[in-house]
Design a protein around this ligand. Structure first.
Ligand code: GDP
Length: 481
């Protein structure tokens, strides 16, 4: 980043406009206060009302979270199935089961946190195999990790046919005052049945608020669908006067890589990116059998040329004359992908021929893991480090449909150039397109109007409210703008 050295010397707003609290132990989680020094200033500021609600959420997490008396009582009630007594403690819980790749899981965590705020619930995240290796605790004085002795047997296997699923409970009219639920299970997979997606229209006051334990399973960014629910609109307007940066602001508050991951981020940054005049991130996610790699390479280069992100090369051109005095402008390209071939090809291109404008282009890729190995700690740590590195670049190209790319750009407040996904092995004519906003795309949103709840009729929900639009890279996805 140009001028980063100077920025390091100057005083940075490490608390990000009041988003973060002072007083956390800096050594146990260096990224929390250091990240401001590696990034551009916040491109969006948090609203004062959001900050107030975040403090209240932190207090709720401490008062009701693991280790507290209310938590002990609530988990005992869950274990025994004893009927819920409404007035006790005022503590409700949202247990998140996130799954699939790390991009999916991060989108799930950030948007579940928003849902927890909207519904006044304590967020507890299932640690999966690696979550605790990846992120620091976001709330002071408590933990957001689901305790290992969480008493709901078989909760990891809950699926949409479960008797406790929202669809089963609501469609069978089991929500009446007499029924008290041990828990309710919300299944919001991107491919969930329409009936389970009805929860997007739930107003939480009808019966869910009486349910102390809610278990949510999602692989998706559910925030855009929450914005379609009329019940949440006023509150969301106050929390986010601008709708184009919901993930960005939440992630800056909630997600802080652990020291091991942060070390990987900063070492790579300092070695390969920090001193360049400009940086470009290119995230390549080739889905199985999409198209031959050469087509994707051509797509990347067509995009960098179309958008003037990288200089062309002069085949057979002479070496540049030695520059005396002024140094040639340097551009560092950070590439990420499971495969190293794209990086090797682009690097070789700038090795074999001079760049057309004299810029010195260097190309770097931290890893090429070849296969997705979700749940293996070092693999997930590399993936997270690479998402953070992408977020520190000046401009970014990402692969359409990829949640990895969504997170890489949204974490940095970067509006990406999205490469359209190949269709029937062919790269679309439109090679890439500047996104409308930095927000991630929701792949399985609500498809109905909440006022009508006609969940069996597909309804185009984009444009229903002005700031929720169809995604550029997936026509049926929704994103905030
Ligand atoms: P998506 O499948 O593109 O939506 O992204 P996900 O992050 O949900 O799942 C892909 C997973 O594959 C990642 O979490 C990583 O485990 C792995 N992966 C994909 N691309 C990369 C990459 O560029 N770098 C690394 N280190 N891992 C990757």
């Amino acid at each position: 980043v140009a001028g980063l050295g100077a920025q390091r010397g100057s005083k940075k707003d490490v608390l990000l406009g009041g988003l973060l609290l002072p007083g956390f132990d800096e050594r146990s989680c260096a990224s929390r206060y250091q990240s401001a020094y590696y990034r551009k200033n916040m491109t969006r500021s948090p609203a004062p009302y959001l900050i107030k609600r975040l403090r209240e959420q932190g207090a709720l997490q401490r008062r009701c979270g693991p280790g507290s008396e209310p938590y002990t009582r609530a988990s005992e009630r869950l274990r025994s199935g004893q009927k819920r007594v409404d007035t006790v403690d005022g503590c409700g819980y949202l247990v998140l089961l996130s799954y699939r790749g790390l991009g999916n899981r991060i989108l799930a965590v950030a948007s579940a946190f928003l849902y927890a705020i909207l519904t006044d619930r304590v967020l507890l995240v299932d640690r999966e195999k690696t979550l605790g290796d990846l992120f620091c605790e976001p709330f002071p004085g408590t933990t957001w990790l689901l305790p290992l002795d969480f008493p709901l047997e078989g909760y990891e296997d809950l699926g949409e046919s479960a008797a406790e699923s929202y669809a089963n409970v609501t469609l069978h009219n089991n929500t009446g005052p007499a029924s008290e639920h041990r828990f309710v299970y919300l299944h919001l997979d991107h491919g969930a049945t329409p009936a389970n997606r009805l929860v997007y229209c739930d107003d939480h006051r009808q019966f869910l608020h009486r349910v102390q334990w809610v278990v949510l399973r999602t692989d998706s960014y559910i925030a855009p669908s929450l914005f379609l629910n009329p019940v949440y609109q006023d509150e969301l307007d106050r929390l986010f006067p601008r709708k184009d940066s919901v993930f960005y602001i939440i992630s800056r508050y909630l997600l802080h890589p652990t020291n091991d991951v942060w070390g990987m981020v900063t070492r790579f940054y300092n070695s390969y990116l920090g001193s360049a005049d400009e940086t470009l991130g290119i995230q390549v996610r080739a889905f199985d059998d999409d198209t031959p790699p050469q087509n994707i390479l051509d797509q990347i280069l067509a995009c960098t040329s179309q958008e003037h992100l990288l200089p062309g090369v002069i085949a057979g051109g002479p070496p540049p004359p030695p520059k005396t005095g002024s140094r040639a402008r340097s551009k560092a390209v950070l590439m990420t992908g499971l495969n190293g071939w794209y990086h090797d090809s682009i690097r070789e291109m700038y090795w074999q021929s001079p760049s057309a404008n004299g810029e010195v282009v260097s190309v770097h890729q931290p890893s090429h893991e070849e296969y997705q190995l979700t749940g293996v700690a070092t693999h997930d740590m590399k993936a997270l480090a690479e998402m953070y590195l992408l977020s520190m670049t000046d401009k970014i190209i990402t692969s359409g449909w990829s949640t990895f790319g969504y997170v890489g750009s949204a974490l940095g407040g970067l509006t990406p150039y999205l490469m359209m996904r190949p269709v029937h092995l062919k790269v679309p004519d439109l090679r890439c397109k500047r996104a409308m906003s930095m927000e991630p795309c929701a792949h399985g949103p609500a498809y109905f109007e909440c006022t009508r709840k006609e969940y069996n009729r597909v309804f185009h929900t984009d444009n229903m409210v002005p700031h929720v639009q169809a995604c550029e890279d997936m026509g049926w996805g929704l994103k905030l703008t």
